[in-house]
Write a protein that binds this ligand. Structure first.
Ligand code: SAM
Ligand code: SF4
Length: 340
């Protein structure tokens, strides 16, 4: 006898056998900062009608959860400047309650975190990544072109107060925060936070040259090792960071090295922009539009078909370079478009 029960959509597995279990969604391209490595001073943001509505974002995320996504990260732009964003966290928290989703999290610049920390925790968010490249207020303002360090530090404190585990992300910038690797480590580990260093990636046109900012993490690590004992450990958060434990502090430091070290072989993630464009790889141009199938029908068949077709094209990996011959960005879109 044949059953007429709806067939659950198939889990997403790419052509290289990698399961897609991690979705990062940019909920806005807007931001209250203009970090020098991320945006130009005078960014033109997208017309609001091009953005997915909160309902569309919910449908899209839920479709991925139905297909096996276990971890969902909201990012941007600055996710916490999107109006009513807590409604989205609230509605997505049902997937945590049902057990379908293991983790709901976000990457934030921290400026609005003090206001939202308690509600995020109430929605089931357990961890949050806060970007913080410097602990010097003047330098912070220059680097973000407008940010207030105090506000971010208050946000971090509020998140910890609310019981959220905070990880700090610092982009390693030559000539900018080179002298802060120890103070950032001390600050993070002193408050029980992990710290991850990120290499500058060639994403989107910015004012100035990335070659001037590029500081390979091999050198960051060597600098840290001058004073600290770095013990390699197996710890992973499912992301691309490789971790060490600092013997002196007991805390962890992660290194994300897209340029000097290829981590594509274990890639389990895809990204969706705030306009519903699915990128199967951060470093490749190939993409699939999910907004059209979302808007074409109130049910999700077209959406599921588009997602399935896109994952079948997920490439083996990327090929970033920053060198003197390759001055143009590897991909034209900004990190704030694809979502960090
Ligand atoms: N606004 C939020 C924030 O700053 O955390 C979320 C979005 S931001 C694009 C996510 C992460 O990407 C941040 O940690 C930021 O430092 C990083 N980022 C932005 N542009 C980058 C670039 N060109 N290379 C490496 N990391 C970059
Ligand atoms: Fe905004 Fe984050 Fe980009 Fe800085 S890194 S400009 S905070 S989106």
């Amino acid at each position: 006898m044949t059953s007429h029960a709806p067939v659950p959509p198939a889990p997403l597995v790419d052509p290289f056998g990698r399961s897609v279990t991690y979705l990062r969604v940019s909920v806005t391209d807007r931001c209250d900062f203009r970090c020098v490595y991320c945006m130009a001073e005078d960014m033109t943001f997208l017309p609001r009608r091009d953005l997915l509505s909160l309902e569309e974002l919910d449908r899209l995320c839920s479709a991925f959860v139905d297909r096996g996504a276990r971890k969902l990260r909201l990012t941007g732009g600055e996710p916490l400047v999107r109006r009513d964003i807590m409604k989205l966290f609230r509605s997505l928290s049902r997937h945590l309650a049902s057990g379908a989703l293991k983790e709901l999290t976000l990457t934030t610049n921290g400026s609005q975190l003090a206001r939202h920390a308690a509600e995020l925790a109430d929605c089931g968010v357990k961890r949050v990544n806060v970007s913080l490249d410097t602990l010097d207020a003047d330098r912070f303002r220059a680097l973000t072109r407008r940010g207030d360090l105090r506000q971010v530090l208050d946000g971090v404190a509020a998140a910890q107060q609310a019981g959220l585990a905070v990880k700090l992300n610092a982009v390693a910038l030559k000539g900018v925060n080179e002298d802060e690797v120890f103070s950032l480590t001390e600050f993070a580990h002193g408050q029980g936070m992990d710290l991850t260093f990120i290499e500058v990636m060639p994403l989107g046109e910015i004012d100035g040259q990335r070659l001037d900012q590029y500081w390979p993490l091999s050198q960051v690590r060597a600098r840290l090792a001058e004073r600290l004992t770095l013990e390699p450990i197996d710890y992973t958060t499912g992301g691309p960071a490789r971790y060490v434990r600092v013997k002196e502090t007991g805390g962890r430091i992660g290194f994300i090295t897209p340029l000097t070290h290829n981590f594509c072989e274990s890639c389990n993630r895809v990204r969706v922009t705030c306009t519903g464009v699915l990128y199967m790889c951060l470093g490749q141009e190939d993409a699939a539009d999910l907004r059209a199938p979302l808007r074409a029908s109130p049910t999700d068949e077209l959406l599921h078909r588009a997602i399935g077709e896109a994952i079948a094209r997920k490439p083996r990996g990327h090929d970033f370079v920053i060198d003197r011959e390759t001055r143009a960005p590897a991909v034209g879109r900004h990190m704030s478009t694809t979502g960090g």
